[in-house]
Design a binder for this molecule. Structure first.
Ligand code: IMP
Ligand code: MG
Length: 172
C-alpha cells in the first residue's frame, strides 16, 4: 500500500487562505451560518473557519446514499440534520468533494426549503469528469482528475481522514 501526495499541505493551506479572504470580503458586515457536511468536510471546515473573521454560527448535516448491492439508488437519507431554522440567514455549505454532485444537490434542495437569504457552496475538491448533477461551487479549492483521493478528511473505507494532504491511494 502506498499513498502518493497529490495536493500538498502547503498548497491546501494557501488555497484555504485565498478562499477565506474571498468569503470575508463577500460577506463583509454580515453574519454567516456555516454548515459542515459530515464526515469528510470536517478538516477543511475547521481550517477555513479559523481564517473567517465574520460572526459565524455552525450547523452540521450528514447524508448518505442508499446502497442496494453495489449500486447507489440515487436516493439519499439524512442521518444528521441542521437544528436551527435558516430562514433569512446567509448560509455557507462546506463540502469535501463534489463527485457526481448527487449528495450536494440533495443537501441544497433540503436547505433551500428553509428559505435562506443566500446559500453558497464551498468545496475543497471537484471532479468534473464524473459530474452528473451540475452545481455551482462558489468557493472551489481544486479541480481534480478522475482519481480516488484520500486525506484531509476524505476516506477510503473509513481510513486516512487524518492525513494533512490529499493523496492518491494505491492498493499495491
Ligand atoms: P457525490 O454524491 O457523487 O458527489 O459524492 C459525494 C461523496 O462521495 C463525497 O462527499 C465523498 O464522501 C465521496 N467521494 C467521492 N469521491 C471521492 C474520492 O475520490 N475520495 C473519497 N471520497 C469520495
Ligand atoms: Mg462527503
Amino acid at each position: 500500500m502506498a499513498v502518493e501526495i497529490y495536493i500538498s499541505e502547503d498548497q491546501i493551506k494557501n488555497k484555504i487562505t485565498e478562499l477565506a479572504y474571498r468569503i470575508n470580503e463577500d460577506f463583509s458586515g454580515q453574519e454567516l451560518v456555516v454548515i459542515c457536511v459530515l464526515n469528510g468536510a470536517f478538516m477543511f471546515c475547521a481550517d477555513l473557519l479559523r481564517e473567517i473573521t465574520l460572526p459565524v454560527t455552525m450547523e452540521f448535516i450528514k447524508a448518505s446514499s442508499y446502497i442496494s448491492g453495489t449500486q447507489s439508488s440515487g436516493e439519499i437519507k439524512f442521518e444528521v440534520d441542521v437544528k436551527k431554522n435558516l430562514a433569512g440567514k446567509n448560509v455557507l455549505i462546506i463540502e469535501d468533494i463534489v463527485d457526481t454532485g448527487l449528495t450536494i444537490t440533495k443537501i441544497m434542495e433540503k436547505l433551500k426549503t428553509h428559505v435562506p437569504a443566500k446559500i453558497k457552496l464551498a468545496s475543497l475538491l471537484f471532479k468534473p469528469s464524473r459530474n452528473i448533477h451540475p452545481v455551482k461551487i462558489d468557493y472551489l479549492g481544486f479541480e481534480i482528475q478522475d482519481k480516488f483521493v484520500i486525506g484531509f478528511g476524505l476516506d477510503y473505507d473509513g481510513r486516512f481522514r487524518e492525513l494533512p494532504y490529499i493523496g492518491i491511494f494505491d492498493e499495491d
